[in-house]
Design a protein around this ligand. Structure first.
Ligand code: GCW
Length: 846
């Protein structure tokens, strides 16, 4: 039985009122704080029964009832009246399967139901229609309520809302990398919603709001602090604070977990050891776990990062990860808690000179021999790829390397290596590529999703974790479009078979509105954005060629080589790529099951996208695409930067179709991204041009006819400053104003008269606030302040920024002068001027 949501039979007056209410131009300024829970008016919600009966008193069922009232009121204009008995009228019945069944025997409850499952259904009964919102448990009921509201909000795409759904895995968590002082490691949206100045915040209202957002997409766990954990997390005072966080999240069915520092018994416990085998250490942890459960009865467990990037671990005592994990697991087990032990364990002092050294091997080398040695409430948490959240990596071979151990996949919603929420990159297609990847374990069809969910090897526990790092910024993630990643992650954790397009379309309808033009346009930006970002940052398996010794943001390919971090691609003057073959390389490929290993071992069967991750090849090597490696690198960087420009044009179609506030905010981000893609393109192509000595067949790399570099200008006060990485500026140099209050640089324009877009490429360092003035024949045409808070604190690829003036009339003989005024230690640094005719089709080929 299903009920139709077509607006048949609506009364005229009501209909007219609602049509007015849903007019897309009635948009008010939106902050993004509601995320996808905007509950925009929809006439279809008027079909909802007029009363609601909430059965049972569990906190999450009460939330289900109040959320339905809130949502239905916003969407239809009236909230159903809360009643304690049906009274012969159509009613929304909210409760567990058992509770609803007792109330409405006519309803057939689902027979098989894992925790979190729900059913929403219309049931004809005694001459009226009841709506059932029922869950296998209290959480399931809450998920059902959100599912109902979502389906009403998505109209008119869905005609009926008869749905039964179950989560595909029990673990569906988000991790936050928040520190007690309120900062967030790799957080790009302001300070912590949980902590401030060493304590849990007094005002936790954003925590409740966040839990509500998470519940609406089925997330059931949240680890609230950085995996580089502070021992302070286990002080009595902090535990009391954590209990308040748990109280704020509990009504939404989100259990909290914390990351712990294994050294805690020593750091705050007064012991002289943290050896996991020492009885005093074991007793100390037991007492802490007991105290946690005293304060938080539904505490979810611990996440552990150990023996990794300076975090101490069991290796200090000659013990394995299993020894540490099981020690904690035994303390948690009686309370129902779990240990999420991260497989991100590697040596960051690798020997660059050793051709066999390979960071990608680490997780498998360390954890595979321990398979079967972990307690049942331990889950090994494995990053999607073997390195570290790069723009593209193969699936970690460890997924198939553990068969008697619970696993979870760790994904990164926070865009550490993918533009830090200053650029739009929709990550769902990337995650799906891994989840759908068939590991062929035991010669069977075993896509990664089936392994982490516990299905492939019949494990009792498993699932999904994503590092999300939301912050106090009103819209949670800085870039409104980045919320599609949080939503998308949760959708995949519930059902990894959904398509990237279904996920983005649903999200857009709820976030921006159901206008098909809006949905199509947002898809035009989101769906190709990962590939685009990959193309201009690090294609062919090179990984994000970013400054790994700095903020992981801008380009700096050189920073990845010649050090111990192992994010190498081993470029020489002859060729490029890591040889990870068994035959001649590091042997990494041999960690995969035979079918996958055979595919990667041979260049013929390695896809182009991963060629340089798996193989070292000459620059002239012909790829499957028919072109050489070097020409492909050049071409992809140019087409990628070009596509990023296209996102600006696409987004502009939304003017007037969505609210102005979010329209303008995203437009600014897309414009910045379009210009920044050029910084990336230039840096990476320049770098490979120099390494290979091979010219770009299209003549673009190293030739910038529309530019006048600072060095070529007449400078007063400005001097050249050599950058750490030559690839990040023309001639490897910026112009800086060091000794004067203002400096100038001038050039004479020699091109034909016409209308040009005129840009200045300058550096906006995080600290300091330089002022720039651009003059044309002595007259000021633009003035701006370099006050952005980009991640970089140096004149580098992280901070290179473009100021663009559109449609400026220029003629031969014109004098263009840049006046720079340093402030706060920032020496008004710049790189070049650029002018290209507005008529030029391909705008970003300067
Ligand atoms: O990606 C890297 C980050 C670190 C992070 C680490 C990890 C929390 O650069 O900031 O540390 O991964 O996942 O542990």
């Amino acid at each position: 039985m299903s009920f139709s949501l077509r607006p048949r039979g609506l009364h005229g007056a009501l209909c007219a009122a609602l049509v007015l209410a849903v007019s897309p131009l009635a948009a008010h300024a939106e902050t993004g704080a509601d995320g996808w829970l905007r509950y925009a008016p929809t006439k279809l919600a008027a079909k909802v029964p007029a009363q609601i009966q909430v059965l049972g008193s569990a906190a999450q069922i009460k939330s289900a009832g109040s959320e339905l009232q809130r949502g239905l009121k916003a969407m239809s204009g009236h909230a159903p009246a809360a009643v304690s008995g049906e009274g012969g009228k159509g009613t929304v019945l909210v409760g567990t399967y058992a509770q609803v069944k007792a109330q409405l025997p006519a309803w057939q409850s689902p027979s098989h139901a894992v925790p979190g499952s729900y059913q929403i259904k219309a049931v004809e009964h005694a001459g009226h229609t009841d709506w059932v919102v029922a869950g296998a448990d209290a959480r399931g009921t809450l998920y059902g309520a959100f599912a109902l509201l979502e389906q009403l909000g998505e109209q008119p795409q869905r005609a009926a809302i008869d749905a039964t759904s179950s989560p595909s895995a029990p673990i569906r968590w988000v991790d936050e990398w928040d520190n007690p002082d309120g900062s967030i490691e790799r957080g790009y949206a302001g300070r912590s919603i949980f902590f401030d100045k060493g304590h849990v915040r007094a005002d936790l209202s954003r925590v409740g709001d966040y839990a509500r957002l998470l519940a609406s997409v089925g997330i059931n766990g949240c680890n609230v602090n950085n995996v580089n954990a502070s021992p302070k997390m286990l002080t009595p005072q902090m535990i009391a604070g954590l209990a308040r966080i748990a109280d704020a999240m509990r009504p939404w069915g989100v259990r909290i977990a914390i990351s712990v520092d294994l050294r805690s018994p020593q750091e705050i416990g007064g012991l002289d050891t943290f050896n996991p085998k020492d009885p005093r250490v074991i007793a100390w942890w037991q007492s802490k776990v007991d105290a946690l459960y005293q304060a938080i009865p539904d505490f979810a467990g611990f996440t552990v990062k150990a023996d990794s990037e300076g975090q101490p671990g069991p290796s200090q005592y000659g013990l394995s990860p299993a020894a540490a994990a099981n020690m904690l697991a035994k303390a948690l087990a009686p309370h129902g808690g779990v240990v999420m032990y991260r497989a991100f364990v590697y040596n960051h002092h690798l020997d660059w000179h050793n051709a066999k050294a390979d960071r990608a091997r680490a997780a498998y080398d360390i954890f595979h021999p321990l398979d079967g040695k972990f307690d049942n409430n331990v889950v090994v948490q494995i990053k999607n790829g073997p390195i570290d959240f790069q723009v593209r990596e193969p699936a970690s071979p460890l997924f198939a390397g553990l068969r008697k151990t619970n696993q979870a996949i760790e994904l990164e919603v926070t865009q550490e290596y993918t533009g830090q929420q200053r650029q739009t990159v929709y990550l769902v297609p990337m995650w799906k590529a891994t989840l759908d990847f068939d590991m062929h374990a035991e010669g069977r069809h075993t896509p990664v999703k089936s392994i982490v969910e516990g299905k492939a090897f019949d494990r009792p526990l498993g699932g999904y974790v994503a590092v999300s790092n939301v912050g106090l910024d009103t819209n949670w993630m800085r870039n409104p479009l980045a919320m599609a990643n949080l939503w998308g992650y949760a959708r995949l954790a519930w059902n990894p078979d959904l398509s990237a397009k279904t996920i983005s379309s649903n999200w857009t309808r709820l976030t921006f509105g159901t206008d098909p033009v809006v949905v199509d346009t947002v898809n035009q930006v989101l769906l190709p954005s990962w590939r685009t970002y990959e193309d201009y940052t690090g294609p062919l398996g090179l990984q994000t060629l970013t400054n790994i010794l700095g903020p992981h943001y801008g380009p700096a390919p050189q920073s990845q080589e010649h050090n111990g971090w192992g994010q190498w691609f081993r470029a020489t003057h002859k060729g490029v790529g890591m040889d990870r073959t068994v035959a001649t390389g590091t042997g990494y490929i041999g960690q995969y099951p035979p079918q996958v290993a055979a595919m990667f071992e041979s260049k013929q069967s390695t896809p182009d996208d991963l060629m340089l991750f798996m193989h070292h090849v000459p620059y002239g090597y012909t790829l499957h695409n028919g072109k050489s490696v070097i020409q492909t690198l050049y071409d992809l960087h140019y087409t990628g930067a070009q596509k990023a420009q296209g996102f600006v044009d696409a987004w502009k179609k939304l003017h007037g179709r969505i609210d102005d506030a979010r329209y303008e905010k995203v437009l600014k981000i897309q414009r910045y991204q379009a210009a920044y893609a050029i910084v990336w393109r230039d840096a990476v192509t320049r770098y490979f041009h120099k390494m290979s000595g091979i010219a770009d067949a299209m003549g673009r790399v190293g030739h910038y006819p529309d530019r006048i570099t600072g060095e070529q200008m007449k400078r007063v006060g400005y001097t050249s400053h050599k950058l750490k990485y030559f690839e990040n500026a023309s001639h490897g140099q910026a112009q800086v104003c060091l000794k004067r209050a203002t400096c100038t640089a001038s050039a004479t324009f020699h091109r034909p008269a016409g209308t040009y877009n005129l840009g200045v490429q300058y550096f906006d360092v995080r600290t300091g606030t330089s002022h720039f003035t651009l003059k044309l024949n002595g007259k000021t045409i633009s003035h701006w302040t370099a006050d952005a808070t980009l991640p970089g604190t140096t004149i580098s690829g992280d901070t290179s920024t473009r100021h663009l003036m559109r449609a400026v009339r220029l003629k031969p003989g014109d004098t263009i002068t840049l006046v720079g005024q340093p402030q706060g230690g920032e020496p008004a640094p710049f790189d070049y001027l650029v002018a290209y005719p507005t008529s030029r089709q391909s705008k970003m080929h300067d």
